[in-house]
Write a protein that binds this ligand. Structure first.
Ligand SMILES: *Cc1c(COP(=O)(O)O)cnc(C)c1O
Length: 387
C-alpha cells in the first residue's frame, strides 16, 4: 500500500497511540459496568471520574459540568432539544447559515413542530454579522446556537462575546466547539457559555464518544431517557473505553496545544503559500486572521473539487472537497455559498486539515503533486477560456 498523507483531520483523526494503550485494558480485562455493586464493576467508576477530570482540565471547568454522550451530534441535539423542553413558551431558535448539519438539521427539524428558526448570514470572509445577530434575538428566543469554529473554513467566531450578549438578555446560548477543542485554547472558567459540544474522534480519541459541557445551574432536559447514568441526565450504560480514551485524548490535547498553534500552523501556512504561488487562479476561503491553525480551504477556479480529490488520492493524499455529491448533482458547500463564493470557485474548493501527525515531508509531497494536477484538470475543463 502506498503511504497515506492524511490531511482530512476535520473529518476525523487518527487515534493517538497513548489513547489506544489507555483504553485497551477496559476492553480486555476491566469490562465491568460502573453501576454494579461488586468491586469488579464499581472500580471502573473511579476511572470514569478520572476521565471527567481530564476533560474538565482541558476546558477549564468542573468535572461535574461534563456530560458524556455518544458523539458531537448527540451533544448538539441534547443542547438544543434539552433547552427547548425547559422553555416551552419560547418558540424561536437563532443560529447561523454555516453551522454543521448536526446543528442546522436539528434546528430545521424542530421547525416542523411550530418553532421558527433565524439563520444569521456571514460575509465574504466567513465572519458573522454580529449586528444582525443582535437584531434577531428577542424574548421569544429559546436558544442561540453559534459554532466556535467552522469545520470547512476554520473561521473562528467571537462566541465568548456573543455568549455575553445572550446572557445579558437572560437567554440560553450553545456553541458547537467540536472543531475548536484541542486546536485553540479554551477556558470556561468565568465564561458566559452555558452549553458547549465536543467530539472525541476530532481530537485523536475514537469515534462514538462526545461531551456536552453543561455549566452548573443550567436548566436542561434529558435527550436520552433511561437509567440514572450521568446523574440522570443521559440514560444508557457508559461507553467506558471511549470515555477513558477521551479523557486521555484531552490530556494529550492540552499538552500539544502549543505545538498545534506553532508547528502545525507553520505547516498549514507553508502549504497555503506554496499552493497560491504554484497554482494560478486559486484563493483561500475564510478570514486570514480568525482561523484555526490547521485548516486550509482553497478554491481552484474552473475545476471540480471531486476531480482534484480523485487525483490526489492516487498519490495517497487524503483531503476533502466543499461539495457533497447528492442525487447525482454536485451541490456546492452551504458554507461557501453563504459566504458568497462564486459558483465556479465553490465547486473547485478543497479542504486540507492538518494535525500534529503531519510532517514537513507531507506538505512537500502535496506541493510537488498539486500544480500538475491542477494543470491537467484545467486542460480538460470546459470553463477555462482558451486563446
Ligand atoms: C464532526 C462535527 C460534528 C459531529 O460530530 P460527530 O461526533 O461526528 O457526531 C459536529 N459539529 C462539527 C463542527 C463537526 O466538525
Amino acid at each position: 500500500m502506498t503511504k497515506v498523507i492524511y490531511m482530512d483531520n476535520n473529518a476525523t483523526t487518527r487515534v493517538a497511540d497513548e489513547v489506544v494503550d489507555e483504553m485497551l485494558p477496559y476492553l480486555r480485562e476491566q469490562y465491568g459496568n460502573p453501576s454494579s455493586m461488586h468491586t469488579f464493576g464499581g472500580q471502573i467508576g473511579r476511572k470514569v471520574a478520572r476521565a471527567r477530570e481530564q476533560v474538565a482540565a482541558l476546558l477549564g471547568c468542573e468535572p461535574d459540568e461534563i456530560l458524556f454522550t455518544s458523539c458531537g451530534t448527540e451533544s448538539d441535539n441534547t443542547a438544543i432539544k434539552g433547552t427547548l423542553a425547559m422553555y416551552p413558551s419560547r418558540r424561536k431558535l437563532v443560529t447561523t447559515r454555516v453551522e454543521h448539519p448536526a446543528v442546522l438539521t436539528t434546528c430545521r427539524n424542530v421547525e416542523r413542530h411550530g418553532y421558527s428558526v433565524s439563520e444569521i448570514s456571514v460575509n465574504r470572509q466567513g465572519n458573522l454579522d454580529i449586528d444582525e445577530l443582535g437584531f434577531r434575538i428577542d424574548d421569544n428566543t429559546a436558544i442561540v446556537s453559534v459554532m466556535y469554529a467552522n469545520n470547512e473554513t476554520g473561521v473562528i467566531f467571537p462566541v465568548e462575546k456573543i455568549a455575553e450578549c445572550v446572557a445579558a438578555r437572560g437567554l440560553v446560548f450553545h456553541t458547537d466547539a467540536v472543531q475548536a477543542v484541542g486546536k485553540i485554547p479554551l477556558n470556561l472558567k468565568n465564561s458566559a457559555i452555558p452549553l458547549l459540544s465536543l467530539s472525541g474522534h476530532k481530537l485523536h480519541a475514537p469515534k462514538g464518544v462526545g461531551v456536552l459541557y453543561v455549566r452548573r445551574g443550567t436548566r436542561l432536559g434529558a435527550f436520552i431517557h433511561g437509567g440514572h447514568q450521568e446523574s440522570g441526565r443521559r440514560g444508557g450504560t457508559e461507553n467506558v473505553p471511549g470515555i477513558i480514551a477521551l479523557g486521555k485524548a484531552c490530556e494529550l490535547a492540552l499538552k500539544h496545544l502549543e505545538e498545534e498553534n506553532t508547528r502545525v500552523k507553520l505547516l498549514r501556512d507553508k502549504l497555503e503559500k506554496g499552493l497560491l504561488k504554484s497554482c494560478p487562479d486559486c484563493f483561500i476561503n475564510g478570514d486570514s486572521e480568525n482561523r484555526l491553525p490547521n485548516t486550509a480551504n482553497i478554491s481552484f477556479e474552473y475545476i471540480e473539487g471531486e476531480a482534484i480529490l480523485m487525483m490526489l488520492d492516487q498519490f495517497g493524499i487524503c483531503a476533502s472537497s466543499g461539495s457533497a455529491c447528492t442525487s447525482g448533482s454536485l451541490e456546492p458547500s452551504h458554507v461557501l455559498r453563504a459566504m458568497g463564493v462564486p459558483f465556479t470557485a465553490a465547486h473547485g474548493s478543497i479542504r486540507f486539515s492538518l494535525s500534529r501527525y503531519n510532517t514537513d515531508d507531507d506538505v512537500d509531497w502535496v506541493l510537488e503533486k498539486m500544480p500538475g494536477i491542477i494543470r491537467r484538470l484545467r486542460e480538460l475543463s470546459p470553463f477555462v477560456k482558451t486563446g
